[in-house]
Write a protein that binds this ligand. Structure first.
Ligand SMILES: [Zn+2]
Length: 626
């Protein structure tokens, strides 16, 4: 029933441009245009402290209160900075926190001062040592001997380190001065103003307007190596050579992206390869993607993550979802571009293997969402009001979004669809849009002479209905037939373990082989696999993940120590979440999960702790396994 109710409201909302349910910003009154931060990093207290100066444009002349988003900030003062440089104290009120949205900061303007159309507001503050955007790592959690700090703004965490309008519907330019301990280096999702740097002091400027969740900072023992003229790699010294080798294809990737969807508009494209405790596969911070070290496989086999983050330079960073309900506009387009670029760069065979794997994952996600009581979350357009957006978003935005565009490509034909994409990015560059805007634009485009026949009902089935629509493109599974045949022969005892044709397998084929093994596979076979191919916690992270999922599925106790080590060494959300989800499916698994989690918890990001604790909660998981 819930599905249908939500569907009805979604369809009614098609032509409305809803306000962002995850922000206190009242953008019909004021809009923040520029943010200047001046912050000192305190590695002892795990806090940032300093000022944020917001350039605010008054939209409604009668408005006399500016509402900002904050979370766990200690605000010291709020001032109006006049053109002369003179500062005047303003009255403000920090409301009681909402568990999801944080605290609304309301700033009052006396009538004398609200008359100018642009104002500068300076807020002095410090962050909590539990700020949700910030993860402070001990040296033991890095590849070196120094501490590390990074921020993760998506979805609604920037407000925990900068007071601002924390909604993707507002775009800002920004500048920053960051003061660090003298032996550490700061990097941001912005241009470095190199001439102004001094030991322990770094200056940045982002001149293109971006949504607040893309303001990003990392501080650590960081070194840089160029890989081409406008691309390069930042990381800790011990990892620099391996990372630069792994991502030698960066210039070629960027050129392939430009050929497909138009110019790269952010000047430089660098990678920051993160410490192990980094919670994500990658985060598309503009000019500087933050990347999990688990992608440095040694054999360049996991570069699809880089292709994905780079593709966000168009979808997400250039054209942005204006609320988190429209998340698929970021991730579906990006996953589509990723698929196309993997094909250009690494060939059709590898691309169709990734298709087949992604399709099975999507089908599983849709089942899991239904079992978790949220079948409506498998529609592309979401309704996340009242929920943490990080909880309601899933594979669906990525893979169902990608196949929606694949469906359109099928109707347009590839050449015409590429022209459509280029025009979409050109026309919406540096804008934030919602699903209704995209839908209206697509329907207009389809009226052009020579455009293919696609009905509004077909489009709406993708956007607003749960599950997979009848127009879902067929995903060929045949690419794995040789692996599946070898697996069947091996299980039946017709070939021995060391006769498996693994010599030419790429990691995607290993993943397939392991994922297809049944829960009742005998211990002797598992032991054979483990010793013959040295499967464990090391090496290619995707193969290790599939192996450890199999270990949990079969209850193969001798490999539990590898499972534990893997979960202690990585902090990457998808790897951690996948394994704890697998453990949550049985009572024995949950007991094992609780034992491992007790040790691993201190190294995990706060948001991952929440996710794991939800999975291990007995009542919820019991319902989910029905
Ligand atoms: Zn993405």
């Amino acid at each position: 029933m819930r599905t249908y109710l939500l569907l009805a409201t979604a369809v009614l909302a098609v032509n409305a441009h809803a306000a962002d349910p995850h922000s206190y910003a009242e953008t019909d009154k004021f809009v923040v245009r520029h943010v200047a931060i001046d912050l000192r990093t305190d590695f002892e207290a795990h806090r940032l402290e300093g000022t944020a100066e917001l350039t605010v444009e008054q939209v409604d002349p009668a408005a006399d209160r500016l509402a900002l988003d904050t979370r766990d900030l200690e605000v010291g003062s709020v001032q109006l900075v006049e053109a002369s440089g003179r500062a005047k104290a303003l009255a403000y009120k920090l409301a009681e926190p909402d568990p999801i949205l944080g605290s609304k900061l309301t700033i009052e303007f006396p009538h004398c001062c609200a008359a100018t159309s642009q104002m500068k507001i300076r807020i002095a503050y410090r962050t909590s040592n539990e700020a949700s955007a910030l993860q402070w790592l001990e040296p033991a959690q890095t590849y070196g001997s120094k501490p590390y700090l990074y921020s993760q703004g998506q979805a609604i965490h920037t407000r925990s380190w900068i007071p601002l309008q924390d909604t993707p519907s507002v775009r800002v330019t920004y500048e920053a001065r960051i003061r660090t301990p003298p032996d550490l280096v700061a990097v941001m999702s912005a241009a470095r103003l190199v001439g102004q740097d001094a030991p322990g002091e770094f200056h940045f400027a982002m001149k293109q307007p971006i949504p607040s969740y893309l303001i990003a900072l990392a501080v650590g023992d960081l070194k840089f190596q160029a890989v081409g003229d406008r691309t390069g790699v930042w990381t800790e010294p011990a990892r620099l050579e391996a990372a630069a080798h792994e991502f030698a294809d960066l210039p070629r990737m960027l050129e392939a992206g430009e050929r497909m969807v138009g110019p790269y508009r952010w000047d430089r494209y660098d990678l920051l390869i993160m410490p192990r405790a980094f919670a994500y596969g990658g985060m598309e911070n503009p000019r500087l993607s933050f990347i999990s070290p688990s992608t440095v496989a040694g054999d360049r086999s996991l570069v699809a993550v880089i292709v994905h983050e780079m593709s966000h330079s168009w979808s997400g960073n250039l054209v942005t979802n204006s609320t988190w309900d429209d998340f698929w506009l970021n991730e579906g387009f990006t996953s589509y571009l990723e698929r196309r670029l993997v094909e250009v760069l690494y060939g059709e065979r590898r691309a169709s293997m990734e298709d087949a794997i992604a399709y099975e994952e999507l089908v599983q996600t849709i089942k899991d969402l239904a079992a978790d009581g949220h079948p409506e979350d498998s529609a592309l357009h979401l309704n996340l009001a009242g929920r943490d957006p990080n909880e309601g978003t899933s594979d669906v935005a990525y893979q169902k979004g990608r196949w929606f565009l694949g469906f359109l490509e099928g109707r347009f034909g590839r050449g015409k669809f590429d022209a459509f994409l280029r025009e979409y990015f050109d026309e919406h560059a540096f804008q934030s849009i919602d699903t209704a805007t995209f839908r209206a634009w697509l329907l207009e485009y389809l009226k052009r002479p020579g455009a293919p026949a696609v009905t509004a009902a077909e489009i709406d089935a993708w956007l607003y209905q749960s599950g997979l629509p009848p127009t879902m493109p067929k995903v060929a599974q045949g690419v794995f037939a040789p692996v599946d045949e070898a697996a069947a022969a091996w299980r039946a005892g017709r070939i021995a373990t060391d006769e498996l044709p693994v010599k030419d397998w790429i990691p995607q084929e290993w993943v397939r082989f392991l994922d297809e093994q049944p829960a009742d596979l005998e211990d002797a076979k598992l032991e054979d696999l483990r010793s013959t191919f040295r499967l464990g916690a090391d090496g290619n992270a995707e193969i290790a993940l599939s192996w450890l999922e199999l270990v949990i599925r079969t209850g193969y106790e001798p490999a539990y120590t590898d499972l534990e080590r893997f979960l202690l060494e990585t902090g990457r959300w998808r790897l951690v979440e996948t394994l704890f989800r697998e453990m949550s499916r049985t009572a024995e698994g949950r007991a094992l999960g609780e034992r491992i989690y007790a040790k691993a918890k201190p190294g995990y990001h706060r948001s991952i702790r929440d996710a794991v604790e939800r999975l291990l909660r007995p009542a919820a998981t019991a319902a989910a396994t029905q």
